[in-house]
Design a binder for this molecule. Structure first.
Ligand code: PCA
Length: 211
C-alpha cells in the first residue's frame, strides 16, 4: 500500500516575477517515490480561497504526509519551517486585494502548532546530499504561515495521523534574473530533490511511529 503525500505550491503574487513552487508541483504531480504516491495542489494567494481549498484538499486526499511549499525571496537557502502561528498580518494585499492585519487564523485554535515533519532529520539529509538548507522558526504572517497553520489545524481537528509542515524555497535562477537587485536562487532540480528528500524522511518517520 502506498503512502499518500499532498504537496502544495503557490501561484505568483504582488510584484514577484513568478513562483518556483508553481513549477515544482507540476513536476511532482502524480509521481511515485519509493512507497509514496504524490498528489499536488496549486493554491491561490488569497486568504479566502486558500482556506477553502487547503481544507477540502486534505479531506479529499486524506494524506499521510502534507508538505506545503512557498517562495521566500529573501532567504538564501531551503528553509524548513518549525512552527506555524495563529496570526495573519499581511505585509501586502493578497491576490483578491485583501490585507488582513492582526487577525487570528482560527479564533478557536491554539496560538501555535509545531511542524510534525522530522525537521532536524530532513535538514541533515539535505546537507549531506549537498543541498544548502536551514531550520527556520518563523514562516512569516502571510499566506505561507496561514496554510501551514490550517494544514496542522485540520489534521488536529480531524484526528488524523498525518505528518505536516512547510518548506520555503528561494527563487529559481530564471526568476532571480528578472529582479533588478541581486537575489539568491536555486535550481528547480535541487528544489525538487529537497522536497523528495523531505518526503522520504517523513515516510521513514511514519513507519517508525506506526510500527
Ligand atoms: N510565499 C508567500 C505567499 C506565497 C508564497 O509562495 C509567503 O511566504 O507567505
Amino acid at each position: 500500500m502506498y503512502l499518500r503525500a499532498l504537496v502544495t505550491g503557490f501561484e505568483k503574487w504582488g510584484e514577484e516575477p513568478g513562483n518556483p513552487t508553481e513549477k515544482l508541483v507540476k513536476l511532482l504531480d502524480g509521481r511515485k517515490l519509493g512507497g509514496i504516491e504524490i498528489y499536488t495542489h496549486l493554491l491561490p494567494v488569497s486568504f479566502k480561497r486558500a482556506r477553502e481549498e487547503i481544507v477540502s484538499k486534505i479531506k479529499e486526499v486524506k494524506p499521510d504526509i502534507i508538505i506545503n511549499t512557498g517562495l521566500a525571496a529573501s532567504r538564501l537557502v531551503i528553509s524548513i519551517e518549525r512552527v506555524a502561528v495563529n496570526i495573519i498580518d499581511a505585509r501586502t494585499p493578497d491576490n483578491d486585494g485583501l490585507r488582513p492585519i492582526d487577525e487570528p487564523i482560527d479564533p478557536e485554535g491554539p496560538f501555535a502548532y509545531p511542524s510534525t515533519l522530522p525537521t532536524r532529520r530532513i535538514l541533515e539529509r539535505l546537507k549531506s546530499s549537498g543541498i544548502p538548507a536551514r531550520l527556520s522558526y518563523s514562516a512569516g504572517t502571510y499566506l505561507c504561515n496561514f496554510v501551514m497553520y490550517l494544514s496542522l489545524r485540520t489534521v488536529d481537528k480531524m484526528g488524523m495521523r498525518t505528518l505536516a509542515g512547510f518548506i520555503h524555497v528561494p527563487y529559481t535562477p530564471d526568476l532571480a534574473a528578472k529582479k533588478e537587485k541581486p537575489a539568491p536562487s536555486m535550481s528547480l532540480d535541487l528544489i525538487r530533490r529537497a522536497v523528495e528528500i523531505a518526503l522520504e524522511e517523513s515516510s521513514t518517520e511514519l513507519s517508525k511511529i506506526r510500527s
